[in-house]
Write a protein that binds this ligand. Sequence first.
Ligand code: ADP
Ligand code: ZN
Length: 754
Amino acid sequence: MAVVVTVAVPVPALQALSYRVPDGMAVPPVGGRVRVPLGRRVVTGCVLDAPDADSDSDTPLPPVELKDLLESLDPEPYLPREVIDLALWVAEYYACGPGESLAAAMPPAALTASGRDGGFRKERVVRLTSAGHDALLAGTAGRLGPRQRAALQRLTGFPDGLGTARLKDDGVSASTVARLRERGLVALDARRVDRDPFASGELGSLEPPGGLGVGHEPTGEQQAALAALGALARERVFRVALLHGVTGSGKTEVYLRLAREVVTAGRRVLVLVPEIALTPAVTQTFRKAFGDRVAIQHSALSAGERHDQWHRIRRGEVDVVVGTRSAVFAPLDGVGLLVVDEEHDTSYKQEESPRYHARSVAIVRAQRAGALVVLGSATPSLETFHHARRGRYRHVALTERVHRRPLPAVQVVDMRSEMASEAGEAGEAAIGRSLAGALEETLARGEQALILLNRRGFAAAVLCRQCGRTFECPNCSVSLTLHRRAGRVRCHYCNYSVARPSTCAHCAGPYLETVGFGTERVEAEVAELVPDATVARLDRDAARRRGAGQSLLARFRAGEIDVLVGTQMIAKGHDFPNVTLVGVVSADVGLQVADFRAAEHTFQLLTQVAGRAGRGERPGTAIVQSFHPEHYSVVHACSQEYVPFFDEEMRYRTALRYPPVVSMVNAIVRGRSPEGAMRDAARMAAMLRAARSTFEVLGPAVAPISRLRGQHRAQIFLKGVNRRTMHTVLRSTLDSNPDLGRRVTIDVDPISLL
Ligand code: ADP
Ligand code: ZN
């Protein structure tokens, strides 16, 4: 009598596998972790299906010989049923393996060998040294063996390094790493692990001096919103509401009071925020109201901290979970309310497998739990507002800032005329005259300013004046960005970098010039413009060190920094009452991207960053520099009006048949040569077309980034109104062509098409 269990293993695109429970081993529970043999490896998987331990039904053995489970790690389910089902939905919908989505639903390392006893206190990571980078660029890597070269290539995209276990999974052996280390091309670090996220004070103390439950007296509009949302929550059935509140309208207070009602009624609350490390306000607010009945889940916590927080949730010790994207899988029982704050934010989409969108997963979770979802934003995604318009989501509005504070006055500066009038003297400046003048006045009044440019580095590219060529990444088809302070040029896609060149790599010409601006350059310019002011920069480079972004924001809040220059990181939900000026160096950066969402993202970014101005007692101004001031995304962001933007954008989406009018899948086919990638993509497109289904197949075409991390890329789009048929055909095509399947990346409901 053999007992057979189905196990999901953390291997990309692999379906669940069957294993035999050896005699004498207790049948592991559904949701328990088990160690199983897989090829020549041993991996940790999660049980998806097992016969009832009490039933003595005799499972007929399938014809193939099954391997035995090696070990059962959890006598009780590690994951609750609800989360397993949610992860299986993700695997199905986003076309990935169940093991991948289950791994995303667990705390880090729960499925690696070290996950055995939750002891993830130290992890060995391997990273490229600058010598390693240089070897790759200079081509001296050619003198290495193929394994060592492959290992170096593997590490290029990971500035913080890759764990040794992960590398091993990718076929990089310990001896290869050891040899590279002897040559000084890689370094080994032990990642520091801190178990108490509250010890550093970055998340606020447990008991605020004012005691639990302090908040604002709600305004009339907040009260009305609460009444509408409260009524929906009390129905205890699946509902979706859009809390559409202008910047500074006090949405957080509404979430908080609603959460309190739901918890009082005996259910639990999950709050998703885009980037918790940068938006501590929501976390703080909830900690003040719920004390230690709140758990935090986000990737800036160490593995150990996340593990501890996760288990507090699992044990039922908390009522509220606040977290980023992956917290949508939190093992929280009895959820009655899910909040997705700044629901339009693209960080809710995971850009690696499983490529899920946390907003969509939250909605599915609510549907199954009979819960209310509140999607909050001043600039809703087209998808969300489209549903609200059609009555599928309840639209709840906050039309004014609290205390009737005015929205910022936005002024557009046409850079074509501004540049022309300055030609000769400061024609190259990133900051035009109007913005420079406003900056000086703001600082003279003792107020603060934010300056946005959504591109990091000093200059977008380095160009040779002799042959006209730019420095390109050896792995990707993009220009290398100059980072002046680091003295390097760097790829923003794979993070490859090399010392700043002094002569052209192509013609050895000595005259190199820089093209375009980045935040580093703007920071330097501002510092020159207002020499007495304290200027700082916040972008991914500045925030690389753990807690660095947080501390910059804290210093800005405390008034120790006068001007903060940064990328979209400075636009996210921050509430700085003393900021009265917001400057946008170039509204056009995002419009140059070849993507149907370019206008939407530009509108959202401009409206959000402008919305950081004048949130305190003094009114705010935003100055937006643009070479396309007549572009509708710029025009409507400047009038701070959502609906006219939505209507105009929907006309384009309807005419060109893009989401939310249709559903879309982006399939990227990778190959060793451009021809190989195109050939495979053409083969796949032909198979999809042969299915003669209801959806359109577009392509193949060369992807906008034609080479990424050393691989050539071709692209196919699927567009249709019936998602299910699209997914079914796609899946059966890939399942019946596994060789092709391994070279294809499927992105369902893509946010970025690059
Ligand atoms: P939003 O997320 O809608 O942009 P926030 O939730 O950050 O806005 O609130 C903006 C500011 O208004 C915050 O400083 C908040 O503390 C304050 N605020 C919110 N509600 C009230 C209220 N009812 N009375 C006074 N101040 C409030
Ligand atoms: Zn690159």
